[in-house]
Design a protein around this ligand. Structure first.
Ligand code: ADP
Ligand code: MG
Length: 283
């Protein structure tokens, strides 16, 4: 499969502080390809470089050394910035900072309006985007009256209305309650599976990462682990060493195993755990 985003030996550091002291690299020598149509989760404890990496995908950050290519376009070339931002859309943690208009549909229209799209086409895109995130019935609502999960879905619709091929979400559920989290995760899963949109989900919830095709773990600005959810979470000691947990169901299976029960420790979610227990009881 073709890569929509490629990182080639990418390092990045933030501007020196007021005293002019050179800061450490925030990410260092990253090599990654994000496959078109894939769903990738990025994990890592605070300060490991996840947000820096996310902002490198759409030219908010530009590498100090190395290259980021989006559909082959180098993010360091300013001529490519608009095209890159049309290709890769970002959704951030705080929904209140992303909603600019006082009516939901105006907010979703904001991006395409800035692109200079025809009003009729904007209308079509806004309706379609709101339907894709199940927020069409709220198109005339005032955003401040919505729940956190609904606001994040409006923010996602805003990105969809730009017809981006890839959505990068930086801890989009961190400020949401469990039902809001569920709404957002099932929405992005559906956009990935049904519309083929490439998804990069930065999260600190293991249960969310399990939903992805691929899990990348960041530590100290570098890629510490990279594989399928099953590959990454089967190495619980390694994850604990960088301050991460494994999903609850995986942890439970490990405890049961340690307690002498003959259960696979290759378990990722509640459903698999229940199936394994049921089949043990039937033996
Ligand atoms: P994460 O999203 O995983 O918490 P970040 O990418 O935000 O990590 O941070 C990576 C490193 O860069 C950390 O050491 C952090 O302190 C530093 N950093 C992040 N943003 C800035 C900034 N705006 N200015 C200076 N340093 C920053
Ligand atoms: Mg962050």
């Amino acid at each position: 499969m073709e890569n929509i985003i490629e990182f080639e030996n990418v390092s990045f550091r933030y501007e020196a502080d007021e005293e002019g002291k050179l800061l450490d690299l925030a990410v260092e020598n990253i090599n990654l390809g994000i496959e078109k149509g894939s769903f990738v989760a990025v994990l890592g404890h605070n300060g490991s470089g996840k947000s820096t990496l996310a902002k490198l995908t759409n030219a908010i950050n530009v590498p100090e050394s190395g290259r980021v290519l989006v559909n082959g376009l180098d993010s360091a070339d300013e001529k490519n910035t608009d095209e890159i931002r049309r290709t890769v859309g970002m959704v951030f943690q705080n929904p209140d900072n992303q909603i600019v208009a006082t009516i939901v549909e105006d907010d979703v229209a904001f991006g395409p309006e800035n692109l200079g799209i025809e009003p009729q086409e904007i209308r079509r895109r806004v309706d379609e985007a709101l339907k894709s995130v199940n927020m069409y019935d709220f198109r005339l609502s005032e955003p401040y009256k919505l729940s956190g999960g609904q606001k994040q879905r409006v923010a996602i619709a805003g990105v969809l209305a730009m017809q981006t091929q890839c959505i990068v979400l930086d801890e989009p559920t961190a400020m949401l309650d469990p039902s809001g989290r569920q709404e957002v995760i099932s929405t992005i899963k559906r956009l990935n599976k049904e519309l083929g949109i490439t998804v990069v989900l930065v999260t600190h919830f293991m249960e969310e990462a399990v939903e992805a095709d691929r899990v990348i773990v960041m530590d100290k600005g570098t890629v510490f682990a990279d594989g399928t959810a099953r590959e990454v979470f089967s190495q619980s000691e390694k994850l604990l060493a960088v301050g991460l947990d494994v999903p609850q169901a995986t942890q439970l299976a490990k405890l049961l195993k340690a307690g002498g029960i003959n259960i696979s420790t290759d378990i990722l979610n509640e459903k698999e755990c229940i199936e394994a227990l049921v089949s043990l009881l039937k033996e």
